[in-house]
Design a protein around this ligand. Sequence first.
Ligand SMILES: Nc1nc2c(ncn2[C@@H]2O[C@H](COP(=O)(O)OP(=O)(O)OP(=O)(O)O)[C@@H](O)[C@H]2O)c(=O)[nH]1
Length: 392
Amino acid sequence: MFDGLKNKLNSFREDVEETAEEKQAEADETAAAETAEADADVAADSGEATDADAAAAADTDADAETDSESEPTDGAGLASEEAAAALDEEREEDAGPGRLQRAAAFATGKVIIEEDDLEDPLWELEMALLESDVEMNVAEEILDTVREKMVGETRAQVQTTGELVEEALHDALYEVISVGQFDFDERVRSAEKPVTIVFTGVNGVGKTTSIAKLARYLEDRGLSVVMANGDTYRAGANEQIRKHADNLDQKLITHEQGGDPAAVLYDAVEYAEAHDVDVVLGDTAGRLHTSNDLMAQLEKIDRVVNPDMTLFVDEAVAGQDAVERAKKFNDAAEIDGAVLTKADADSNGGAAISIAYVTGKPILFLGTGQGYDDLERFDPERMVDRLVGEEP
Ligand SMILES: Nc1nc2c(ncn2[C@@H]2O[C@H](COP(=O)(O)OP(=O)(O)OP(=O)(O)O)[C@@H](O)[C@H]2O)c(=O)[nH]1
């Protein structure tokens, strides 16, 4: 899952690590050259002092004939200490606080990342995100956060470059992926029953299969379900959802093809009320989001059954198209969250990263296969771990 993007994020880490290694090597060279220069200066200064003192001692010997064998050595020692102190002072004057801090960082094997160092790797990262179908504004937001987290001195001194990149990517991705998250299970549990959930989205993306998976998911959590086929438009829709309902042994409400979808859902809610059923799962026709009919239909469903939740379903593999559709559906008939199917077949991860940020509504579930149990609660932390951590 999301392997292509994971590899690209890893390349970004490698790029920055390489840059940091080059900087470290340069810094080591400069530090070595500076030390050699300073040693040479100290040696030269103390040599001059010894000569001068020796000459003075010779004069004293001649004038007073006193034994002063040790004096030249003491005098040379003093001059050498003074010279070294003067040199230290001089060095400290040269070095502003930034330079000293950098020098300390280099000495401990850490490298300070500056904005210029990141220019190329960040450009590569932007390309990688866009190629992976991450929406433009989302990519920009990720870059801004990564830049903000990585450029600077304090953080760089407590981490290795690899850890720093990983943490910056983690935070940047988490920020966009976790938008609007809420506890789906808790919301369903605490809502007045029956809870009505309506599913929207275009044809063929896995809407009906997702409804069936969710019926299994809720049943596993002790909640009873009735399914309703509000897709009265498409020939064969009743048979398709019937197969799932039979497989799962769930009650299904249908009307004739061409009937009123709102009426089907109304009947399902009535059935749930009469039979103490906890949740109504209503399919809708997946006509294109540009169709006024569809919007009118969703509005009517809203009026007639006032759903507790409207979930938008699309496939992860549709990438930017899925993001675009999520936005349009949400603009036309507000959604509460999204189900992203076929994540198991998606290498890019762009839709999974972008939908919540673009719509302001969270991804709640991932479809991870064709089986009824192949539904996973979307966990932003886990998603980020999949992308930048060890999780497969
Ligand atoms: N690999 C994989 N396939 C899935 C997943 N979810 C659904 N599918 C498959 O996608 C195909 C389409 O699924 P449907 O549920 O029929 O799609 P739909 O959106 O209801 O389509 P319509 O009923 O035509 O509107 C089926 O073959 C499903 O088995 C998933 O998470 N992973």
